[in-house]
Design a protein around this ligand. Sequence first.
Ligand code: ADP
Ligand code: MG
Length: 292
Amino acid sequence: MDDPQLTEPELADLEAAVQIALRDRDNAGLNVIGYGEMSIVLGYPFDAPRYACKPSFPYTRQELDAYVQMIDDYVAALRARGLSVAPTQLMEIERGDRFIAYQVQPLFPSETIGDNVLRAAEPDPEHPLLVSLASMMNLVTDRVSFDSQMTNWSWDGETPTLVDVGTPFFWHEDGELVIDLKPLVRAIPAPLRRFVLNDVAPLLARYQVPRNVAIDIVAQLMRIELDEWIEPTITALNAELDQPIDEAEGRASLADDHKSLPRLKRLQKIERTWSTWIRRRSYDYFIQPTSY
Ligand SMILES: Nc1ncnc2c1ncn2[C@@H]1O[C@H](COP(=O)(O)OP(=O)(O)O)[C@@H](O)[C@H]1O
Ligand SMILES: [Mg+2]
């Protein structure tokens, strides 16, 4: 595990603010750096952030131990393959009868994050960030992969550093996912969890193939409307792929996301209403405010 950065009292201060935000469904007291599908990235200290802090879902003690071990192993596996990964410290804290792990990273300046780097540059298939990402496609295997979309990298002009290790594209030798998805699907209504569990594993398995990782890079560029970079990115990626990808495949992949993600959000809202109003429990998952 990487060196400590945040202190325990600082973490407690951050967690207290997170609990208030969840209770009030209002993130105004937080410094939100970014949102994922079901996650949130928080700047800390709030007024002059130095760290990017990413709270996990609520876990039982046993689940938490497995989660922390998995992230550690995943980061080590990526680094062993030669990938630069942001220093990621894992810190644990109790929340009621559950536990949260925060991934704490140095906060990279937002202008170094891949999408902002491209936005500030002239579209060019030979942009060194694109060339670097393309060269990484052959690091993808059926055991270890990574979410390569532009928003997940900090670029120092030479090396892209992965900041998103919260979606472990990580499999055991027998093909099973290392991540336990059960804590994740507790965010949605119980009767539907089994179906979502069945859907997610094949969805993630797509990332075991370099070509699909490349298609997703393009799809995510479309999502964030970096349209002028679509062609240059495809050109850069195709230079490293055995079988070229095209724009239509990116569009199709994005269309799939457009179908499944709003549905996930609706299910989260149903579960939040159920657990807070009927069961009188807190709902400890953030629901992404922006629409896909
Ligand atoms: N260490 C960091 N420094 C600066 N910005 C970050 C850092 N980590 C994440 N971000 C920003 O927050 C966004 C979401 O974080 P990420 O780790 O990718 O989570 P998710 O799994 O939700 O996509 C990123 O796309 C990036 O813009
Ligand atoms: Mg991300």
